[in-house]
Design a protein. Structure first.
Length: 185
């Protein structure tokens, strides 16, 4: 066994990434304060073929130095836009047929282990501020909330780590559905 060299990874170009089919999945960032977290989420979105990132409220936008440091170029491949208000963004997405799923610990959250995104639906995942989580005013706009099950003492994850887990879960479920569909055709 040996580590692969960068030249052996067969990475696609930014143009190829932008033109390839994406998962019917967008990410909405609700008032994130850390550019490093935002950049990490960009990088994860690139890895899993996420269609779009919405940067809302006080969430910093490229070309912020911290975003560029952790995104390592993903701000060029992943389509993104900004909204002054997360609620306005979510209402816009909802009116366009997107299912709004908040990632937050609430009295009605369901465990990520029981969450299965529908392959025919458009899904918007909303991640909240590092300290406060999702803004109270946007909870009524969500269709449901999910949370990552945890057994430790902290009961919270860094938002970029949480996004990585949730996006991987959705990628894996949607990709395995697509592979099953292709085998049955």
């Amino acid at each position: 066994m040996r580590k692969l060299k960068t030249s052996e990874l067969e990475r696609i170009s930014i143009e190829e990434f932008r033109s390839m089919p994406k998962l019917p999945l967008v990410v909405v960032l609700d008032n994130l304060r850390s550019g490093l977290n935002v950049g990490s989420i960009f990088r994860t979105a690139d890895a899993f073929g996420i269609a779009h990132i919405y940067l809302c409220g006080i969430t910093v936008a490229p070309p912020h130095r911290e975003i560029l440091k952790s995104a390592i170029g993903a701000t060029e491949s992943v389509v993104w836009s900004t909204f002054a208000s997360t609620a306005v963004c979510l209402n816009h997405l909802k009116s366009d047929g997107w299912r709004i799923v908040g990632v937050e610990q609430t009295s009605k959250s369901k465990s990520l282990t029981n969450f299965r995104p529908g392959k025919e639906e458009k899904l918007a995942l909303v991640f909240g501020n590092e300290v406060e989580g999702l803004s109270e005013e946007i909870l009524p706009v969500t269709d449901e909330c999910i949370e990552v099950p945890q057994i430790g003492t902290k009961h919270s994850l860094n938002v970029s780590v949480c996004a990585g887990i949730v996006l991987w879960h959705c990628f894996e479920k949607l990709s395995s559905d697509n592979q099953r569909d292709q085998k049955t055709v």
